[in-house]
Design a protein around this ligand. Structure first.
Ligand SMILES: [Fe+2]
Length: 288
């Protein structure tokens, strides 16, 4: 158990952050952005070569590129002190960062993980460029998950260079780690990595308020003729209720509720690599 000073429920030597936006590549960014406008209630705004999608507590940016690829993930830190601590941590780990312009984060920096995923961190600010603010059903952009041929390297980078904390591992019968869930707040995970045959985006997730809102999102998807592809169910790690839909590029999109909150000194959990871990209510979706 750690006796280190704690702020925002986290020891000083760990990161405090929340997922602010994702930039996704798509072969047809207009078509994909239109899907997200229908599915998730985003309002779209062209911004140079990109399309910015805005919703309450959720932002996506679409750029032309290969399907199922993450251009970057943007995380908001609470203040400049937290950003300086992160810069020190990245330097001390021997990693690199550079300053980057962001329409959604102030004083932003970008670093790159061992698979080339670009990670942007900056100070949270509300509607900094005065773009349209959408209202709509609650679904806060909450986590992003990647697949990797070498997840161990990614996990080490997220812990050592960024200050994430390992919440749970999913372990196969030979003791190999198949999935790792990492947190940067008291929420069970804001990032996870699956072992797979390719390095790619796996899915992103929106946290809504409760089980009734999972029902309302399901009804909303039905009204838009968008089929639920997996769920509703309940994950083992994180204990969250979920449903998944597909976007036109084949990305999984998750809506979740009741995600576990975790004490800062809670030991790392270990889960068996089996369908029940992925969905205690029924069929799982094993990546490998
Ligand atoms: Fe998820």
């Amino acid at each position: 158990m750690s006796s280190a000073p704690v702020r925002w429920g986290r020891p000083l030597d760990t990161l405090v952050a929340s997922l602010r936006y994702l930039a996704l590549a798509s072969p047809d960014p207009h078509q994909t952005a239109d899907f997200y406008a229908r599915a998730m209630g985003y309002r779209l705004q062209p911004c140079g070569a990109a399309i910015i999608a805005r919703g309450p507590e959720r932002h996506l940016i679409f750029l032309e590129g290969p399907a199922r690829s993450l251009v970057s993930a943007g995380f908001a830190v609470p203040d400049r002190d937290e950003l300086e601590r992160l810069k020190d941590r990245i330097r001390n780990a021997g990693a690199m960062f550079h300053e980057v312009a962001s329409v959604l984060l102030a004083d932003a920096i970008e670093t790159v993980d061992p698979d080339g995923n670009r990670l942007v961190f900056g100070v949270a600010q509300d509607n900094p460029d005065g773009g349209p603010v959408a209202d709509g059903m609650p679904a806060r952009l909450q986590h992003v998950v990647v697949a990797s041929r070498d997840p161990e390297k990614i996990v080490r980078f997220f812990i050592d260079a960024l200050g994430f904390t390992l919440s749970d591992d999913v372990v196969d019968s030979e003791g190999g780690v198949r999935t790792s869930f990492l947190r940067c707040s008291d929420e069970h995970h804001s990032f996870a990595v699956f072992k797979a045959a390719q390095d790619r985006l796996d899915h992103h997730c929106y946290e809504t308020t409760d089980w009734n809102m999972i029902r309302d999102w399901g009804d909303h998807m039905a009204s838009e003729h968008i089929a639920i592809q997996w769920g509703p169910g309940r994950h083992g790690p994180g204990n969250n209720l979920f449903l998944f839909v597909h976007d036109p590029d084949g990305n999984w999109v998750e809506i979740s509720a009741e995600l576990e909150t975790v004490a800062h000194d809670r030991p790392v959990g270990k889960w068996p690599h089996e369908q029940r871990t992925l969905n205690s209510w029924g069929q799982g979706l094993l990546r490998s």
